[in-house]
Write a protein that binds this ligand. Structure first.
Ligand code: PHE
Length: 340
């Protein structure tokens, strides 16, 4: 009697194991057959009612059924695990033959870009590219440029002084001094770099900006030579006609001195914040080197003369790319920088 029940139970449990479609269904089948309150456990309780001579044989049979069911469960579990792994591998499959996405494209800062274009241009005309320190001596920044400490022109440049008497250079002109002393005449040099002034910051003024200094010292250098290099410079950068005007400008280190302005390319000359509504932008102060400047750097002005200019690199970038606010250039804002 128990024998028959056992056989039926085994058959139906095997069937449920085979038919279970998910790991959860399989677990339910296991609990029903082999769980603590499952059918097999129920049957072993009933064994107590059997006659002692039957008990051993039935007990053996019960164990055999239990083992058979456990083996079947384990096999089916293995199948499920295999299926799960296969599903995962299918889902996570990567096509290794696809091309890699590649690095994000980088680009040069527009200031760096223009600076290296100008360097190439001037190198091609025989100029050396010089570098100077941003922390300068008072002598190189002012005195050697014909601006002694009592000279009113010093007020033109609001200076950041360091406590030890040095200063943050207010222009790249001190590199003229370094160039003349180091290389001597004849000399053709440019010096791009960062300069600092104690400015009220607005759309067209920054406390930190860039200039490109130029200097040529040779025999019988004239304003015509100077203008040739200025025009070549502007043509190289703008690659189109820009309207320029030359007017007298005062700088103690040049004589005669000029301001070369260009018509504002942001507004076309009509007036905007960048040109302070005037329609013109000061871009290229320049002039013939003042004899005292040569003398102070050990060059005889009877024998040599030259020209110098101080291009506003930051302004040039703003004009070329139509940037209406100087503060964007040093903002580090990637939305701005990505456009270049
Ligand atoms: N250093 C001057 C300035 O920053 C510009 C300049 C340079 C003028 C060379 C004349 C010659 O204002």
């Amino acid at each position: 009697m128990l024998e028959t029940t056992l056989a039926q139970l085994e058959a139906s449990a095997q069937e449920r194991i085979r038919a279970s479609a998910t790991a959860d269904e399989l677990e339910a089948a296991r609990v029903e057959a082999l769980g603590r309150k499952g059918t097999l456990a129920q049957l072993s309780k009933d064994m107590g009612k059997l006659a002692p001579e039957q008990r051993a044989a039935t007990g053996k049979r019960l164990n055999a059924v239990k083992q058979a069911l456990e083996a079947a469960l384990e096999a089916r579990q293995g199948e499920f695990a295999g299926q799960a792994l296969k599903a995962r591998l299918d889902a996570e499959w990567i096509d290794l033959t696809l091309p890699a996405p590649g690095p994000r494209p980088a680009s040069l800062h527009p200031l760096t870009e223009i600076q290296s274009e100008l360097e190439d241009l001037f190198i091609s005309m025989g100029f050396a590219v010089l570098d100077g320190p941003e922390v300068e001596t008072e002598f190189n920044n002012f005195d050697a440029l014909n601006m002694p400490s009592d000279h009113p022109a010093r007020d033109m440049q609001d200076t950041f002084w360091l406590t030890d008497g040095h200063l943050l250079r207010t222009h790249t002109s001190p590199v003229q001094v370094r160039g003349m002393r180091k290389l001597g005449p004849p000399l053709r040099m440019i010096a791009p770099g960062r300069v600092f002034r104690n400015e009220e910051v607005d759309a067209s003024h920054e406390h930190t900006f860039y200039q490109l200094e130029g200097m040529m010292v040779d025999r019988e250098v004239s304003i015509a030579h100077m203008l040739y290099f200025m025009k070549t410079l502007l043509a190289g950068i703008f690659k189109r006609d820009v309207t320029v005007r030359l007017r007298p400008g005062f700088f103690p280190f040049v004589e005669p001195g000029f301001e070369l302005d260009i018509q504002c390319l942001i507004c076309g000359g009509g007036g905007c914040p960048v040109c302070k509504q005037g329609g013109w932008v000061e871009l290229l102060p320049c002039g013939l080197v003042q004899p005292n400047v040569l003398r102070l750097s050990g060059i005889d002005p009877e024998e040599w003369n030259g020209f110098a200019f101080g291009l506003g690199l930051t302004r040039l970038v703003m004009m070329r790319y139509g940037i209406g606010d100087i503060r964007l250039l040093l903002s580090g804002d990637l939305r701005f920088l990505k456009q270049f």
